[in-house]
Structures are given as structure tokens and as C-alpha cells.
Design a protein around this ligand. Sequence first.
Ligand SMILES: Cc1cc2nc3c(=O)[nH]c(=O)nc-3n(C[C@H](O)[C@H](O)[C@H](O)COP(=O)(O)OP(=O)(O)OC[C@H]3O[C@@H](n4cnc5c(N)ncnc54)[C@H](O)[C@@H]3O)c2cc1C
Length: 326
Amino acid sequence: MASRSSSDTYLQQLKQLAKVVKDSCQFDASLAEHTSWQIGGPADLLVEPETVDQVATVVSFARRHKIPLLVIGQGTNLLFDDAGLRGIVLKLGQNLCRVHISDNTITAESGAWVPGLARKAMQAGLTGLEHTIGIPGTLGGLVMMNGGSQRKGIGENVRRVWIVDCKGEQVELTREECSFSYRQSALQDTGAVVVKVELGCGREEPQRIRQLMLEDLRERRRKFPRKQPNCGSVFLSTSEMHASVGPPGKVIEDAGLKGTRIGNAEVSQQHANFIVNLNGATSKDVLSLIAYIRQVVNERIGFDLCCEVRYVSPSGEIMPAHLVNF
Ligand SMILES: Cc1cc2nc3c(=O)[nH]c(=O)nc-3n(C[C@H](O)[C@H](O)[C@H](O)COP(=O)(O)OP(=O)(O)OC[C@H]3O[C@@H](n4cnc5c(N)ncnc54)[C@H](O)[C@@H]3O)c2cc1C
């Protein structure tokens, strides 16, 4: 346990940072309010920088004082712990979200909300982002996760990414340097903050793009739970998995697990790759349910499901949720 004097020093340091970034700071911020699962205890300090320079200041400060730092977007792929986070959460969204379109190129700040960005591309007659229309996160989170749907990933459109690296330096990366692969990028677990992205698109009639987007949204409405808090697909659906045993939703459903409940977390009755928060679910409920699903699926078909959803420990470590020892 931290001594009284070291925790006093820690608090002073957080207050010092709060003075630098002024209005956009909140002490003891409820993390449940910053994730679509609505689960998680308080973070010592939540910072919402308004400029890239402020992002760099926060990153350097945390590094200099060895304070855990977690970057988040809309928290639509994150499971926070019930104990919260003893460190700083840096949230991009409100201010760093400008989008610029020129010819076939979109340059956007990473706080841009993905469905809004996809809609802007459609209005400009730019094709390539249709599959992202229903993904409720920020562009930074999407790039970090190489997110997408219909077996696509945003990495296919990325040309350049601007980051603040773990030392607080602003760096420009090419697509190749990001090494995108299925729901992965070389940016993960490096401490980098994505601040701006350049995307290359093709040309198409806006009406045709709109039609594709509406089809995607219709499918999502039909298949996914909409009213209960969730974090999208819990388990990864790699092409190897598809080829050998099928998609995770079907595998979990075939194992008879739809509707299985631990505490207030439940395998969605609508889509078995979703875990819904019935009201007041804890991170322990979700982790226990994930462990149970993996155990049953392993016993039945000998396949080890891996999580797409990432868990954040109280000390700021972040990892796929199936790797948590609890
Ligand atoms: C209803 C629903 C449907 C979904 N459908 C899909 C889908 O079809 N396809 C899909 O891929 N995902 C889907 N998701 C999951 C999620 O929306 C995506 O992974 C999304 O890209 C995460 O963005 P975010 O801003 O919420 O990131 P967060 O959840 O806040 O963070 C995700 C990861 O990215 C990191 N991160 C976030 N922003 C930055 C940044 N600026 N710089 C550095 N690191 C950052 C975080 O540290 C974390 O590791 C869905 C989720 C929900 C709730």
C-alpha cells in the first residue's frame, strides 16, 4: 500500500497537471460514464485535451512522474475495473475532431466520431468507409483497433497517422509503419496517442454509398442488441476461426450459452457474441462470464476464444479481456 507521503505527492502532481490543462480536467471521474458498457469505478484524473500540444504535455507529464496513463475514445471497446484507475485517463473527442476533405483524401483529427465521419465521406461522394457507419467509436480508437466490419479494417484506407509517442514527441507514420492486421495495429500497447489520420478513398455516387450504409445499419438493427449497454463483439472473429469453427456468435449459440447470466451480465439473447449489462453489472460479472463461455466452448469444440474487448486494470494495464487473472 502507498505511504501517506507518497500518496500526498501523487495528489499534488495530479493537481499540478490539472492547473496546466485547466478546464478540461475532472478528479474522481466515474469511468462507467465513459464506456458503452456503463461499468467501472473512478479514475483519479480524467483529462480531455483541447489541442495536440496539450496531449503532448499530458503524455510527457505522466511519463516524467511515472503515473499510469490510459488513452480512450468513446470507450466502446473497453471494460474498466470496478475499482477504477489509479492514474490519468486521457480522453479524445470533444475538441480534437475536425474533418477536412480534399479530392479523394480525408484528413481527420482522431476524436472524430466514426459514423459522423462516414456520413461526411458519403456526402462528398467518397467510398471506402461504408463498413464503418455503425461503429460507435472515435477515429483514434478505430485506427488503434484496425476496426471495421464486413471483414474489412480501417487500415485499408489509412495513408498516414500522426501520433504523440510515449515520450510526448509528435511523429508522422506511414500505413506500413502501422502494420495493420485483423483488429490489430503496431500502435497498440506502445503508449502512442493517435491525434490525426489521413484516409484515402475512392469515388462513387453519394446515393449508392448511402444505400450501402443503410443496408449495413438495417442489418445491425436486426442482429445486435440496441437497448442494453454493451461493448459490441466480445470475441474476435478471425478468418482462421471462421474457416475452422465458424463465427464466435454461432459457436457460442451452438454451445447453448445464449441468455447465460452471471450476476447482472448476460450473453445477449439477440446475438451471442455480445454481453449485455442488465443493470449494475460489475467488471467481475463480465470477466466471469467471459471465462465461463471460453471454458464451455473449449470443452465442447476444443477452440480457445480470444477477446476483442480490452480490459483496463486499476493500475492502467490494458489487455484483451480473456488474459485477465482475477
Ligand atoms: C454496438 C457496438 C457495435 C460495434 N461494432 C463494431 C464493429 O462493427 N467493428 C469494430 O471493429 N468494432 C465495433 N465495436 C467496437 C468499438 O466501437 C471499436 O473498437 C471502436 O473502434 C473503438 O473506438 P473507441 O473510440 O470507443 O475506442 P475505446 O474503446 O475508447 O478504446 C479502444 C482502444 O483504442 C485505444 N485508443 C482509443 N483512442 C485512442 C487514440 N486516440 N490514440 C491511441 N489509442 C487510442 C484505447 O486505449 C483502447 O486500447 C462496436 C461497439 C459497440 C458498442
